[in-house]
Write a protein of this length. Structure first.
Length: 407
């Protein structure tokens, strides 16, 4: 596998394409030769193949050594880095999948405080888990970790497995999360490749592979596997992720102070913002939603059985066909809800809410609707709505509305 690294450093990344000179690559011209000096005698005494092999090993050691030293001096103090508990590392990785670090910290701390162990999570009701997840979005993550905690309790005696095949078979855990758990909790020599690593490698080596294809991702995983520090694989993985997050950022990378800018091919070609490459464009749909509220004191909520808010509670919903129709919903209008015509008493301003694949335009309308014991709706006092897991956008509106009522 180590010979593949030579191919990465030559064919794919550096000057080899133009002048076929392996040792004239920018990477080799800027490596830490003081670090590699101990190997120089072998380069002149051994045959050329072994010499190249040894030099590549030296370069890899230099790269990981430099990266880990940077990490030790610059890493952020994050709560999930202060534990080797695979359960806590798993929870942190699931939260971080769609949440920025600065927001994830509080959610992680509160979640672990409420569910400190696999048993605590598996014994909880789904509504409790969803309520604790409220505000993070992508609620399938919460349902998956709840389901998986039950599997861990029943099939693994509440002990997190330490084998790749066993972990990746668990619901909601993919290749990246499996690697993170094995590396950070069990110190296994396995690559952990996320968006930060894709971006950093793409730019450093000028890799023109699509990061959202299986072949492209395999390419990056193989590269990470070749470069990983065998002595401290967990530190190396944390370091390379942190470097992508703090230095080689998507929009505002600090290239001028980057410790690898002399080797970075994208920086020298002035093409940093062209990488990494993605083949597929995320397509979004527009939706126009009207949530029907009851009186000032009571609302009706129903648990969703499908869709983006599956498992959460929402008020009665009317979906308009266009923004124009949504705009036209005003006081004294009549809507047909559950085969009943209801009169709109008041409407909120339009609220816009963006999800990954959907752009939502929302209005909240007050009406004389009465759904007590009908269509699986429950009548809830407004002051008690936060006992139910509801979508973040609804929670924010109801909280503001309730605060206004108390004034």
């Amino acid at each position: 596998m180590i010979y593949n690294v030579a191919l990465y450093f030559t064919h794919e990344s550096f000057y080899y394409r133009s002048n076929n000179n392996f040792f004239n690559s920018s990477f080799f011209r800027n490596i830490d030769y003081n670090f590699c000096f101990c190997h120089i005698k072998y380069i002149f005494s051994a045959n050329i193949l072994n010499s190249v092999y040894i030099l590549i090993i030296s370069v890899i050691h230099s790269f990981s050594h430099k990266l880990i030293n940077w990490y030790k001096s610059n890493k952020r103090d994050l709560p999930w880095r202060n534990t080797e508990d695979p359960y806590k590392i798993w929870i942190s990785e699931i939260i971080l999948q769609q949440t920025r670090v600065r927001f994830a910290i509080d959610y992680y701390n509160k979640f672990i405080e409420k569910f400190p162990t696999i048993d605590a999570l598996s014994d909880a009701k789904e509504d409790e888990v969803l309520n604790s997840w409220q505000g993070l979005g992508y609620y399938s993550r919460a349902r998956n970790i709840h389901h998986t905690s039950k599997v861990l309790k029943e099939k693994h005696s509440s002990i997190f497995p330490n084998k790749y095949d066993e972990i990746i078979s668990l619901k909601g855990i993919g290749r990246y999360t499996t690697g993170a758990i094995l590396s950070f909790a069990f110190k296994k020599k396995i690559p952990v490749v996320d968006g930060n690593v894709f971006r950093f490698f793409s730019r450093l080596f000028f890799i023109d592979k699509f990061i959202d294809t299986t072949s492209g991702q395999n390419y990056f995983y193989n590269l990470a596997e070749d470069l990983i520090c065998k002595k401290n694989p967990d530190l190396f993985n944390q370091a390379i992720i942190e470097y992508g997050a703090m230095v080689c950022k998507p929009k505002n990378p600090t290239c001028t102070t980057c410790i690898f800018n002399h080797q970075c091919e994208a920086y020298k070609k002035n093409k940093v913002f062209e990488l990494p490459l993605k083949k597929n464009i995320v397509r979004t749909t527009d939706r126009f939603l009207i949530f029907i509220l009851g009186t000032k004191k009571n609302i009706f909520l129903k648990k969703k059985k499908d869709g983006i808010w599956k498992g959460l509670y929402t008020p009665p919903l009317y979906e308009a066909k266009s923004k124009k129709e949504l705009n036209n919903i005003k006081k004294n209008e009549e809507l047909n809800i559950f085969n009943n015509k209801i009169k709109i008493l008041k409407t909120s301003e339009m609220i816009h809410h963006k999800l990954t694949h959907q752009n939502l335009s929302i209005k909240f309308c007050y009406s004389d609707l009465d759904l007590d014991n009908k269509n699986e709706f429950v009548k809830v006092k407004l002051k008690n709505f936060d006992d139910f897991p509801v979508p973040r956008i609804i929670e924010k509106f109801l909280k503001n509305f309730y605060d206004e009522q108390k004034k």
